[in-house]
Ligand binder design. Structure first.
Ligand code: CTP
Length: 414
């Protein structure tokens, strides 16, 4: 038995060129202290040798149900697993898994596993879009597996499009989420259009300087990652970020200033079923932006005159009230609070919820190393239904999944 923190993870590797990227995923899980067993298909070994997988996992590698017969490995490995990650999941492997084939050690293991299973497809766009693959993916999701949307970009050869293996860090974060989730991740946001803002804004002073903030964008990117894995069509409008990841299957729009963010959110709001304002928006911007670099001079620092930025969240709520965006659009805000002599974090959060008029507000304690830039987050979720739910300290991806859970009673599905 492994300890509660040390999980047993099977990494199944399919026969695709992206197999080499999975080495970084294996390394992530072993460095986190987990017990990792690698089960490649025979085809995968054309791309990465068994020696690499054995060295990275510390366990012998086999592709066949006829090795270690006395240990009944084809049954035991799946039964004992806490998580199975299959990457790259080729079109052939998805097909075999969807139809319940058991013609090698990996597919036999998939049939015996009762833990969360994450498929990470990688293939050419035509194969990904083929109705056979679409059906196989739907079947696997129906069976309870999580199938990560592939990234778009350069494929093998000269092709480019959907079908690229997501970055190893993204696979690892989703794998971590499945280890943390008490049950398998629901595929409950299929077709729901989710518009998310993330990261910090930069308010320019001159061509080289700006006023900014410490936001890393991790919470907003985690929402995008979890929402996409749960089936949502995600648009992520991102300001400045740090180490926030590259969620796959998500439309990414880069912005810099609060005004740019306001323009993008306003333009896209009418197309969204859910809007989540996770960005750390500057409340003020310099009135004047110098065309040339401001020189130090001899007179000492000149004061910076500021003007107020639009309150994007409040503006979106008002736009909904005026009928400019759908009355059923769910609007979610964040409150970054330190607490002060006038009240604690939650009290400030309640006051902000009343002021902003959104449907859900995530209240985060910030400052003193909390929330900004960290991998973990905590707080409260306030809902227009009057509930206040404590969000225990967890990874930002798990917290994101809890926030998405709270959408269900608010979503009006047509
Ligand atoms: N927000 C916004 N536009 C702004 C400022 C904030 O849309 N100009 C959004 C944030 O994305 C977040 C929520 O409003 O969802 C609360 O942001 P926060 O910085 O906590 O609060 P402020 O509205 O700036 O209020 P205060 O500075 O008084 O805490």
């Amino acid at each position: 038995m492994t300890s509660p923190a040390r999980k047993r993870i099977i990494v199944g590797v399919g026969g695709g060129i992206a197999a080499y990227k999975v080495c970084a995923v294996i390394r992530h899980f072993t460095e986190a202290g987990h017990d990792v067993h690698v089960i490649p298909t025979a085809a995968a070994l054309n791309f990465v040798g068994a020696a690499t997988f054995e060295a990275l996992s510390g366990h012998p590698v086999s592709t066949s149900v006829f090795d270690d017969i006395d240990e009944v490995a084809h049954v035991r490995l799946g039964q004992e697993a806490d998580l199975v990650v299959v990457a790259p999941a080729t079109a052939d492997l998805l097909s075999r898994a969807a139809t319940g084939r058991a013609d090698d050690l990996l597919t036999a293991t998939l049939l015996t596993a009762r833990c969360p299973v994450l498929f990470v497809p990688a293939m050419h766009t035509e194969m990904w879009e083929h109705p056979a693959t679409v059906d196989n993916v739907a079947t696997l999701r129906r069976h309870g597996a999580t199938v990560m949307p592939p990234a778009s970009g350069r494929l093998t050869g000269r092709d480019s499009g959907a079908g690229r293996l997501p970055e190893p860090g993204e696979i690892a974060l989703l794998g971590d989420l499945l280890l943390e989730e008490p049950e398998s991740l629901p595929y409950d946001l299929d077709g729901v259009r989710v518009l998310i803002s993330a990261g910090g804004t930069r308010e320019p002073l001159d061509p080289v300087r700006y006023l900014g903030n410490h936001s890393s964008g991790k919470q907003g990117f985690s929402l995008a990652r979890a929402a996409a894995a749960r089936g949502a069509e995600v648009t992520l409008v991102a300001g400045s970020t740090s180490d926030a990841g590259e969620p796959a299957g998500v439309e990414l729009i880069d912005i810099s200033s609060a005004v740019e963010l306001s323009d993008e959110m306003t333009k896209r709001a009418a197309e969204a079923d859910v809007i989540i304002m996770a960005a750390a928006v500057a409340d003020f911007r310099p009135v004047a932006v110098a065309d040339a670099k401001i020189k130090k001079g001899t007179a000492g620092p000149a004061p910076i005159e500021l003007e107020t930025n639009p309150d994007i969240l409040a503006g979106l709520v008002q736009a909904r009230g005026r009928g400019e965006i759908g009355a059923d659009t769910v609007i979610v805000g964040f409150a970054a609070e330190t607490g002060d002599e006038n009240g604690g974090v939650l009290e400030h959060g309640r006051a902000k919820f009343a002021r902003k008029g959104c449907d859900l507000l995530v209240v985060n304690p910030v400052g003193s190393g909390k929330a900004f830039g960290t991998a973990d987050n905590t707080g409260w979720l306030l809902s227009s239904a009057g509930t206040e739910t404590a969000l225990p300290l967890s990874s930002k991806t798990l917290l994101a999944s809890r926030i998405l859970d709270a959408l269900e009673p608010l979503l009006k599905r047509s």
